[in-house]
Design a protein around this ligand. Sequence first.
Ligand code: UD1
Length: 346
Amino acid sequence: MKHKIIVTGGCGYIGSHTVIALIENNYDVVIIDDLSNSSDQILNRISKITSKRPTFEKVDLKDIQATNQVFEKHKNADAVIHFAAHKAVGESVQQPIKYYQNNLYTLINTLAAMAKHHINKFIFSSSATVYGIPQTLPITENNQTQRPFSPYGNTKKIAEEIIEDVVRSNTKMLAISLRYFNPIGAHESGWIGELPSGTPNNLMPFITQTAAGLREKLMVFGNDYPTKDGTPIRDYIHVVDLAEAHALALKRLLDRKVENSFEVFNIGTGEGYSVLEIIKAFESISGVVLKYEITERRAGDVPQLYADINLAKEKLGWTAKRGLKEMISSSWKWEENLRKNKNQLY
Ligand code: UD1
């Protein structure tokens, strides 16, 4: 019998790539998504890539009754992977309530519905933002978490604390939190990728949109950091590698191989690249010269963040297989496909 997995936020950027990895690993997938920042057209793309169409439920998980109903319908699910959340850092600073309401209500309602229906395996989509300003690098999972700069980041930290408490109170519940570093890239088919609404906040979509002529120039936020070229260093991770990490974390839960009922893993490559290195690599891979300008630092940016990835390697048997070249070329292929299709998803 195939395992049935509920993926909340499965139409989003990381969720949709993970759904593909799950289907490829022979799981039955039920996506729950409110489509607030995605399109159900993604389901066509997923079926085109995998030849399977996941079950789709359009539900707002802030609504506890609707959440209970959809979990009642799928109470034979074996596990939940929870992506559904808002993720725009700047917007979260402007509208903290929106972020706390959405990201925490959806989490709490999901955990409550899982308890009610005896579904007791959970994977959470967390972020390296929970480390705040790291004291030592590369950063291990043992580092103290700190209050993140943004309300968005704080919802990730609070969510981990909520999950830990819930796991502690329920002897059957097992949870894994994956702390992502900087996910970029797209599926190699060029059929799914990141679709930022409005002006992108993150570096890679800003770069590809500038190269495609949608933005006049890229602002490089500061070149006076204590790094090799003065620009901040991050650990960029291919979204398909990240998706595969979820499939392995799920297997660990389903095989009951966990050593603790709540486990945390860094998901990065362990390698750091500066903003200028990313720009140069993009130019050489795409053949497009990027217009950019050095501006002021962006509030809340840390100089350097890259992962110690030994724990994921040892316990999940996971390492990133794709390097910077694949990350950049797949991001660019996706952007070019979007332009060819006049920004219509399909
Ligand atoms: C950001 C979030 C982090 C979130 C992650 C999700 C902040 C402070 N942090 O991480 O909480 O989990 O996205 O992917 O927003 N940069 C530019 N110009 C740009 C955009 C970015 O120079 O137009 C630089 C930034 O200064 C940074 C690097 O590029 O050094 C990466 O930025 P970004 O892609 O936004 O990721 P993070 O800030 O690391």
